[in-house]
Design a protein around this ligand. Structure first.
Ligand code: IPM
Ligand code: MN
Length: 326
């Protein structure tokens, strides 16, 4: 049975890495029924469309979405990010952002579970007296018990399924005493239901040091939206580079499609040169297949991507090499 996948190459190198990911999926023997969506900064500049509710409704009937990268320098910041990427995450209730990190030399192997629908990303806040000397700008962090708990629960389930069964919560409870208190209480309460999982807590600033100096201490990490955004770029940097960092925006309740995308952006500086690393997109595609139950194909793609950190080659050459290894 073929899976119905919405494909959004987006902007810049998205158009180069997504074809490689689709090529690898086909080579792994999985048949997809794809629907292409032309969305992103370039589309917006052409006809003003970012993402309509009708398109989101159409997506609800799909099995998953595969996205390259969105954003162009000539569009004001936030427009595509909020209007497309965050709208997808919020409207489809993709409340878990799962980002795995594997050291090229195998010395660390951890997964960040980032809360994906709340926190400072929720859009709370606004301006008062904008453009005057008395201007005020606020941007609050929204944390609901339900939102925090479902994310923490997902992280405990994931940790319980892994050999080390270790879960670290990362936050800034010493300063963010309201949000941090809710996160800490929820974490402690849910932990009681998972006696086999050992737990730890790190402040986010300390976690930055450990990511660089002792990443092997981590197995699964759970954190809020903004800390997770920042930490996962750092995770990529200490795990072979952002060109290898994959991610899944998951709706674990499966009330709609989940969305898979590399952590990197559209990289306008190298777009169109066949220079982008397609491995992050290929590994995101592998995660998508695994989420759709294609466990064997996902594992084979993952294995074929191993040791690509030592490769030098163009986008298409790296894609061909992964195909050849399958
Ligand atoms: C990411 C990106 C997005 C985020 C941006 C493009 C809105 O940085 O997926 O990590 O901040 O979540
Ligand atoms: Mn980011």
């Amino acid at each position: 049975m073929s899976h119905r996948i919405g494909v959004i190459p987006g902007d810049g190198i998205g158009h180069e890495v997504i074809p490689e990911a689709l090529k690898v999926i086909a080579a792994a023997g999985v048949s997809l029924d794809t629907v292409d969506y032309d969305l992103g900064g370039a589309r917006y500049l052409r006809d003003g469309v970012v993402l309509t509710d009708d398109i989101v409704e159409e997506w609800r009937g799909l099995d998953a979405l595969l996205l390259g990268a969105v954003g162009t320098p000539d569009v004001p910041p936030g427009l595509i990010e909020r209007g497309l990427l965050l709208k997808m995450r919020f409207d489809l209730d993709l409340y878990v952002n799962q980002r795995p990190f594997l050291a090229p030399d195998g010395t660390h192997d951890f997964i960040v579970i980032r809360e994906n629908t709340e926190g400072t990303y929720a859009g709370e806040g606004g301006f008062l007296r904008r453009g005057t000397p008395h201007e005020v700008a606020t941007q609050g962090s929204v944390n609901t018990r339900m939102g925090v708990e479902r994310c923490i629960r997902y992280a405990f389930d994931l940790a319980a399924s892994r050999p080390r069964q270790h879960l670290t919560m990362v936050h800034k409870t010493n300063v963010l005493t309201f949000a941090g208190d809710l996160w800490e209480r929820t974490f402690t309460e849910v932990a009681a239901e998972y006696p086999s999982v050992t737990t730890a807590y790190n402040h986010v600033d300390a976690a930055c040091i450990y990511f660089v100096e002792a990443p092997q201490r981590y197995d699964v990490i759970v954190t809020d939206n903004l800390f997770g955004d920042i930490l996962t770029d750092l995770g990529g940097a200490v795990s072979g580079g952002i060109g290898f960092a994959s991610s899944g925006n998951l709706n674990p309740a499966r009330t709609g499609p989940s969305m898979f995308e590399p952590v990197h952006g559209s990289a306008p500086d190298i777009a169109g040169q066949n220079r982008a690393n397609p491995v992050a997109a290929i590994l995101s595609a592998a995660m998508m297949l695994e989420f759709l139950g294609e466990i064997d194909a996902g594992a084979r793609i993952r294995a074929a991507c191993a040791e690509t950190a030592t490769l030098v080659g163009s986008t298409t050459e790296v894609g061909d090499l992964v195909v050849a290894r399958l």
